[in-house]
Design a protein around this ligand. Structure first.
Ligand code: CO
Length: 201
């Protein structure tokens, strides 16, 4: 049996380093979580939610999947959004894509990748909805542009869920943001796609 002992050692060091700064950190956090942000991002190992925005445990509620897709029939993602909005009452939902996304790249290819092709269909749909914009872009920029367009599409999808619609109807404060992360320099870019009401949508 392989025990991955080094990860447990890492974990002990990490917990100790936090307790050095605040000995009550975990005790306080164990009693409740009150994150203000729901992060919906890609599963890519290079795009870790908390680290990118430099926030400690307890500050970000996170859902990740391949290519940060929000599908209206995905009970997993919808349950996360419902819990975050209705129970935790997060004030911001951040859809964060990233340049160089393998899921987006695979969706642009005309070959099979197995089961995942069924998931990537959603990205192919985004490309189809935006065919004109993509057509007018150089080959080099198409990949980056589709990564951005996918974020914008998913912001729309989040806004159109019954969960977000009902929150806005009840006068709740909730903004949905579209961001993209550059894996080459670690910098986030706001896609200026922030929606806080149906009027803005
Ligand atoms: Co990705």
């Amino acid at each position: 049996m392989k025990s991955l002992r080094h990860l447990f050692e890492n974990n002990k060091e990490w917990a100790e380093s936090i307790k050095e700064k605040d000995s009550e950190f975990f005790t306080k956090l164990s009693k409740q979580q009150a994150p203000k942000y729901l992060w919906i991002g890609c599963s890519d190992s290079r795009v870790p939610a908390n680290q990118i925005v430099n926030l400690p445990p307890g500050e970000v509620f996170v859902h990740r999947n391949i290519a940060n897709v929000v599908v209206h029939t995905d009970l997993n993602c919808l349950s996360v959004i419902q819990f975050a909005v209705e129970v935790l009452k997060v004030e911001h939902i951040i859809i964060c894509g990233h340049y160089g996304c393998g899921g987006i790249k695979a969706a642009m290819e005309n070959k099979q990748h197995g089961l995942i092709d069924n998931w990537l269909r959603h990205i192919k749909d985004v490309a189809r909805f935006n065919a004109l914009k993509l057509q007018d872009t150089s080959e080099d920029n198409k990949f980056d542009l589709l990564c951005e367009l996918n974020v914008i599409e998913q912001v729309n999808n989040v806004c159109n869920t019954t969960i977000v619609q009902n929150r806005w109807k009840d006068g709740g404060e909730l903004s949905v943001h579209g961001w993209i992360y550059n894996i080459k320099n670690g910098i986030l870019k706001d896609l200026d796609m922030c929606v806080s009401s149906n009027d803005e949508l």
